[in-house]
Ligand binder design. Sequence first.
Ligand code: FE2
Length: 281
Amino acid sequence: MQTQNSPLTQTQRAQFDRDGFLVLENYVRPELVGTLRDRMAALLAGFEPEEQQSAFIGNNEASDDGYFLESGSEIRYFLEPDARGPDGKLRRAKDLSMNKVGHALHRLDPIFERATELLEVCTLARQLGQREPLPLQSMYLFKQPRIGAPVALHQDATFLYTEPASVIGFWLALDDATEENGCLWALPGGHELGLKRRMRRVGAVETRMEILDPAPFPEAELRPLPVASGSLVVLHGLLPHLSQPNRSSQPRHAYSLHLIDGATHYPQDNWLQPLPQEKAS
Ligand code: FE2
């Protein structure tokens, strides 16, 4: 596995500061994309969908789902919301029913762990201002053909809250991501608008959403970020972004990572607990 990355230029860092996102085209070689896709296929082969009932609901509302809330330090499997029929059986093949797998692939699976190192996200995070980059969460996102659900407009800092805000998202396209199959959309400069909502854990299996600023985002200014497979999109933790449903016949897989600055305060009522002990070098 090899990447083609190099340190960010001053221009790229200035773009990130201005827009709240950065698109790094052709960031990794196709071999790395293939390695991650193949590894996920192998993991899915060992997954028994009858053992869990959780579907991922991408509406950013609070959760009362223990399977989700305990997934921060596990590799857990989430189905598309309508993956099951009325009889409880999957409507489609298992590999076409998944919404995502998360949230500790980068720590618990050796292939994803190695790939995460090759992505050099800690180096990028340092260049973008983090003092102690800490890979906190990883997700393999499927966005299945025809049924891939949307993810509503949100800021990642809502879910991975630090004081001060520090989370940076890294989104590696494992397919060409287009408007038809549900590419990312972002609000350029929207990271300057402040955090609108914060998810707080209020118990072992429950969270609540706290409204910090009820003013809506200027959604008309959202713009699509179509990228080719192997490209890396970097997202400021306060940047409003979303993805549309997949209305195409093509999949839209992606590998997503979120890093916080370990030098910031990470409250104990963030949903993802406990904080991983190991820190990036
Ligand atoms: Fe996000």
